[in-house]
Design a protein around this ligand. Structure first.
Ligand code: DGP
Length: 197
């Protein structure tokens, strides 16, 4: 029987380089023969994900508690699939996960314990890699400002919330460095829970 696949969450503020790093990590693990899948949250293709997408594009106004619940529900929609993959020995690299759910809702002023409750029961990440990019660095990157939460004031609050959520188990990387350097450190960190041949 295959040994259980790992769950690696890559977290950070908008434009901190998560999607680039998540894709690179998936590629490097696959190249090393580790069965790996990428999961991006929010997944905008599901029924709930489509509502989230409209909200982020300013096309569907939802209050902060409702949107928090929808982001959480979007993750719940993948619980059974994630568990099946892990049981089959597939490692999952998550581009955002439950800590994004907390940080963005905290930044909008919601109670952290209320927010945490909605994700209780989802699979726990084996590793959280946090890409630390101060909002002023991220704001200079291409495409910034296209969606609802992409403004420096809110991103500063998200950044502060991530700082509050961090614990000693997180691997915190300086995301203002060139992507190749960050990628090397991401791969080293991943080896805490994935053994490479
Ligand atoms: P992304 O597709 O990774 O750029 O995420 C879209 C936006 O949604 C981004 O501004 C971060 C925000 N976001 C991601 N996950 C969550 C979540 O679980 N809760 C809330 N409130 N916002 C989230």
């Amino acid at each position: 029987m295959a040994s259980r696949g790992a769950l690696i969450a890559i977290e950070g503020c908008d434009r901190s380089g998560k999607s680039t790093q998540a894709a690179l990590l998936v590629q490097r693990l696959r190249d090393a023969g580790v069965p790996t899948e990428l999961v991006k949250f929010p997944d905008r293709t599901t029924v709930i994900g489509k509502i989230i997408d409209r909200h982020l594009k300013g096309d569907a106004e939802l209050d902060d508690h409702s949107i928090h619940l929808l982001f959480s529900a979007n993750r719940w929609g993948f619980k059974a699939w994630m568990e099946r993959q892990q049981r089959a020995g597939v490692t999952l690299v998550l581009d955002r996960y439950v800590h994004s759910g907390l940080a963005y809702s905290m930044a909008r002023g919601l109670d952290v314990e209320w927010c945490r409750a909605t994700d209780i029961g989802l699979p726990h990440p084996d590793l959280v890699i946090y890409l630390d990019a101060p909002p002023t660095v991220a704001a200079g990157r291409s495409g910034y400002g296209a969606e609802l939460y992409e403004n420096v004031e809110l991103q500063q609050r998200v950044y502060n919330a991530f700082a509050e959520l961090q614990d000693a188990s997180w691997v915190v990387l300086d995301a203002s460095l060139p992507p190749e350097n960050v990628a090397k450190d991401v791969l080293v960190a991943a080896q805490r829970c994935v053994s490479l041949p």
